[in-house]
Design a protein around this ligand. Structure first.
Ligand code: HEC
Ligand code: HEC
Length: 273
């Protein structure tokens, strides 16, 4: 069993455990929520309304993904009661982010990352606290023609403890999977697919871009061996490769530019392990 599989299995197992004591660093806070939403978890990269997508944390939605029959619009996730998620309870919001399920039971499909199921209770609660603190913006997002949900499992995650803060690799794995959702794009299949463990971070997921199809490259230790740590950090936070060429496609580098030095260092430790 690969390391990734053990990790995936452990999330399900610990979901049965009762509340774990929170690490001091893990207090539920607005500051943490803002860091996650605007930075490392990159919610802004999809949910910010296009008109207002210049560093302004307006999550009123409307951005279109896909085309033709297969299109979906990022919903308004501000606290507006009519057009946003103002009438949702905390549990509703947590369930939507973590299990990709709306209060009416419908599934939330890609490109909403299906990997927030690995996010800890403390972090997801900080996100909810932060979302609730935002101004309610009225913006009715028209249709929801769901892109087929690639989840093969409907097993809900109920609770996730905070990662071991003393181990950079475990922390980095949590940052990559639970927060920055690298594996959501850099793996061919959904995290709930049985193949996910074997294929994790090996690349192969396809993205349609204006000029054709982009294939997500693998980001395993072997794939990244030719990059130095600072070259990797430049790719992740600036979208610039060592030869100066820019990364194209959906990788949310503007949000990743806000990742802290400590989190980047743990992320690299994980990518290298
Ligand atoms: C890669 C793009 C992307 C990212 C990143 C993303 N989302 Fe989403 N999200 C979407 C899309 C698209 C939908 C709608 C999918 C559908 O209709 O099936 C959605 C749906 C939702 C919904 C359901 C809202 C409703 O009215 O149906 C919530 C809540 C939500 N996202 C919160 C978040 C939060 C919080 C984050 C960051 C932790 C986040 N999303 C990150 C694209 C994204
Ligand atoms: C929304 C999808 C998406 C997310 C999330 C994402 N990436 Fe990417 N990433 C891509 C795509 C697509 C490319 C290829 C871009 C290109 O070819 O210009 C890429 C390129 C890369 C590269 C360059 C690889 C090479 O061989 O040159 C690295 C390194 C990388 N990503 C690491 C990460 C890490 C680490 C994370 C999480 C912190 C992450 N990515 C999150 C889609 C994503």
């Amino acid at each position: 069993m690969s390391h990734a599989c053990i990790y995936l299995a452990s999330v399900v197992t610990v979901s049965l455990a009762m509340c774990q004591p929170l690490h001091a660093q893990d207090a539920i806070s607005l500051g943490r929520g803002s860091y996650l939403v605007n930075g490392i978890a990159a919610c802004t990269s999809c949910h910010a309304s296009e008109a207002n997508n210049q560093g302004d944390p307006n999550l009123a939605g409307g951005r279109k993904f896909g085309s033709g029959e297969n299109q979906v619009f990022a919903p308004n996730i501000t606290p507006d009661v009519e057009t946003g998620v103002g009438s949702w309870s905390d549990t509703d919001l947590i369930d939507a982010i973590r299990n990709c399920r709306r209060p009416d039971g419908s599934r939330i499909g890609p490109p909403m990352p299906q990997t927030f199921r690995f996010m800890s209770d403390a972090d997801i609660k900080s996100i909810v606290l932060y979302l609730r603190s935002l101004p309610a913006v009225t913006n009715k997002v028209v249709t929801k023609i769901p892109i087929q949900n690639d989840s093969t499992s409907t097993e809900d995650v109920k609770a996730v403890p905070s990662p071991d803060m003393t181990d950079p690799i475990k922390r980095g794995r949590y940052i990559a999977d639970g927060l920055a959702h690298c594996s959501a794009c850099h793996t061919k299949v959904s995290p709930t697919s049985p193949e996910f463990c074997a294929l994790k971070n090996q690349g192969g997921r396809l993205f349609k871009i204006a000029t054709g199809t982009l294939v997500a490259p693998g980001i395993t230790n072997t794939d990244l061996a030719s990059y130095t740590d600072s070259e990797l950090i430049n790719i992740i936070t600036k979208g610039t490769r060592p030869d100066g060429k820019k990364i194209i496609g959906p990788m949310p580098v503007t949000a990743y530019a806000k990742i802290s030095a400590q989190d980047l260092s743990d992320l690299i430790a994980f990518l290298r392990h």
